[in-house]
Design a protein around this ligand. Structure first.
Ligand code: DOR
Ligand code: ZN
Length: 344
């Protein structure tokens, strides 16, 4: 296949930040995707409908005029989120989900939930109003090995949430392990998962072999090859429970190339092209449209997009960096060749 035309995709997990960073990254996403679920982990977090409305406005203003793009807002759950706020979210036309960050699990998660028992009433209310719960699935126990944190979360906390709230729609975000894939496959129709490009492209050698590569460091951390193979199989299977969520997470170069670098890979500059490369590598381009354009919309109960995009087999070189004020943003595969290209 030299060319593929698919329904315009959506990104079901995206970080766009604010200010100068937002202005740099939004055009990259809006050129490919029709909609994106916007993650609420700002400081302070987007934990109220009012904050989400303000953030929504800031994003809308940053979208280039010639592009049609809809940000789908989320609320950040904290120990003190109220049932009243969930009711407001259910009535809001701009809010599509709530995000659960276990406190301390990742970037800007300090205000996250310290124990899920604290949000039992909130989860009950989300179940009642059919608001999807998006989960960063890693336990935060400092004794737990960082490579095991997703597996242990799935076996303990996620198993409990799904048992206690059987009608709650849940997206286990950015799955990275055999165990997470298996759990989602075996669970009810209410449970789905997103998959990032970096977890499909790399195993943990890409972070640590031959030197530390901070631009491959994200959370959940990239795992061994057997896990990569399991998520490739899930993503490319066409199975309705698995869909595209880049987790594109821009950080300034100075914050990534640092003695204590931040977690996050920036992939929005070439997201659909990187996924196309992965699907092509395993001869599954035929299933790219289900993964990128159908499964997520169907799960969220939103209409599928009607516009199309075309990708062409063509080598191009990803930029070395993008300017953000006086600093730089280093994209995934900076300076490297990418074998599929979106036609404008
Ligand atoms: O690598 C990550 N970066 N994982 C997350 O969960 C958060 C994200 C960010 O916001 O930078
Ligand atoms: Zn994320």
């Amino acid at each position: 296949m030299e060319q593929i035309t698919i329904t315009r995709p959506d990104d079901w997990h995206l970080h766009v930040r604010t200010g100068a960073m937002l202005k740099t990254v939004i055009p990259h996403t809006a050129r490919q995707f029709s909609r994106a679920i916007i993650m609420p982990n700002l400081t302070p977090p987007v934990s109220t409908v009012e904050r989400a409305e303000q953030y929504h406005q800031e994003i809308i203003q940053a979208i280039p005029e010639n592009l049609n793009f809809q940000p789908l807002m989320t609320l950040y759950l904290t120990d003190s989120t109220t049932v009243t706020e969930i009711k407001k979210a259910a009535e809001s036309p701009i809010i599509f989900a709530c995000k659960l960050y276990p406190a301390g699990a990742t970037t800007n998660s300090d205000s996250g939930v310290s124990n899920i028992s604290h949000i039992a009433a909130v989860l009950e209310s989300m179940q009642e109003h059919d608001i999807p719960l998006l989960i960063h699935g890693e336990i935060t126990d400092p004794e737990c090995d960082i490579f095991d944190r997703e597996k242990v979360f799935v076996e303990t906390i996620l198993a409990k949430i799904t048992a206690d709230f059987p009608a709650l729609r849940i997206v286990l975000e950015h799955v990275t392990t055999v165990e997470a894939v298996q759990f989602v496959q075996d669970a009810s129709e209410k449970i789905a998962a997103t998959i990032t490009p970096q977890h499909l492209m790399f195993n943990r050698n890409a972070i640590l072999a031959g030197g530390i590569r901070p631009h491959h460091y994200c959370l959940p951390i990239i795992k061994r090859e057997k896990h990569r193979l399991a998520i490739i199989a899930a993503a490319t299977s066409g199975h309705s429970k698995f869909f595209l969520g880049t987790d594109s997470a821009p950080h300034l170069q100075s914050r990534k190339e640092n003695s204590c670098g931040c977690a996050g890979c920036y992939s929005a500059h070439a997201a659909i092209e990187l996924y196309a490369e992965v699907f092509d590598d395993v001869d599954k381009l035929d299933n790219l449209e289900a993964f990128a354009s159908f499964n997520g919309a169907d799960f969220y109960g939103l209409p599928r997009n009607t516009e199309k995009i075309t990708l062409r087999r063509n080598n191009w070189i990803a930029p070395e960096y993008y300017l953000v004020d006086n600093d730089r943003l280093i994209p995934l595969q900076a300076g490297k060749s990418i074998s599929w290209q979106l036609t404008e």
